[in-house]
Design a protein around this ligand. Structure first.
Ligand SMILES: Nc1ncnc2c1ncn2[C@@H]1O[C@H](COP(=O)(O)OP(=O)(O)OP(=O)(O)O)[C@@H](O)[C@H]1O
Ligand SMILES: [Mg+2]
Length: 242
């Protein structure tokens, strides 16, 4: 098992944002994570990636207990995550932003730059590599967020709404990019409200609601599960596609 999150909980005061959730991912899988707004998906990612320490539960990556370890330790072991709000440095160039990721495995500047150049090429950012990141629109920012994480050499990528805000054509190209990343041998866990993305990339999906996993299985079965439909009711059934 590449990743095993066991009974992970994260409380904010008396509020249980994640209330004991399990996720086991085999190397090479693409797993989807869906659920209404506020279900706890990003907080669960924060716990897995070391951005917050879980209140309780355990996170084991490739046999190593990483529970509560700092994010950098997670990244070094090979857990990469994109942020729902892209964590880009607006005043730096796109290439330099990607180098920030590449430095994790390539402390020498020249090597980090070479790695970043490969990644901007793969992620379709080559033409814009010398521009300020702040000049990018939503699609470019989303790509840059993926590129920065990819440059850090992850074995597992946690993608938190990495395709949100894209047009249908951009979504198709982003799906192709994620397929290419997966083909490199990188395992993916995808949080996404866009069902098309979940249906075309994943064979297994978990549904979060109020901090719990309320359903899991094949995407097609899960979207027809009455408990899942119920969880989305009142929040706009069919995916809270903001
Ligand atoms: N630092 C925090 N302090 C207090 N409450 C928080 C904090 N972070 C998240 N929450 C709350 O935890 C709940 C889960 O939030 P989270 O962002 O994990 O949901 P989500 O499933 O990612 O939602 P979305 O689909 O809108 O991104 C929300 O009610 C949110 O307001
Ligand atoms: Mg979220």
């Amino acid at each position: 098992m590449l990743l095993s999150a066991e009974k992970v909980a994260k409380h904010f005061g008396s509020f249980r944002a994640v209330a004991g959730a399990d996720l086991a991912v085999e190397e090479g899988e693409i797993v989807g994570l869906i659920g209404p707004n506020g279900a706890g998906k990003s907080t669960f990612f924060n716990c897995i990636a070391g951005d917050v320490a879980p209140t309780s539960g355990r996170v084991v990556f490739d046999g190593i207990d990483v529970t509560g370890a700092p994010a950098e330790a997670h990244a070094r072991l090979g857990i990469g995550r994109t942020f729902q709000m892209p964590a880009t440095f607006d005043d730096m160039t796109i290439l330099d932003n990607v180098m920030v990721g590449a430095f994790l495995r390539h402390p020498r500047r020249g090597e980090a730059r070479d790695r970043a150049l490969e990644v901007v090429e793969m992620t379709g950012l080559k033409e814009q590599a010398g521009l300020r990141a702040g000049n990018l629109g939503t699609p470019g920012r989303k790509r840059l967020e993926i590129a920065r994480v990819l440059a850090a050499g992850p074995r597992l990528m946690l993608l938190d709404e990495a395709l949100a805000g894209l047009t249908p054509g951009e979504i198709q190209r982003a799906i192709e990019l994620l397929r290419a990343i997966h083909a490199l041998g990188i395992t993916l866990v995808i949080v996404e409200h866009i069902m098309e993305v979940i249906l075309s990339l994943t064979r297994r999906v978990l549904v979060f609601n109020q901090g719990h996993v309320i359903a899991s299985g094949k995407p097609q079965d899960v979207v027809n599960d009455p408990a899942v439909i119920e969880a989305y009711l009142g929040r706009g059934h069919g995916g809270a596609r903001r």
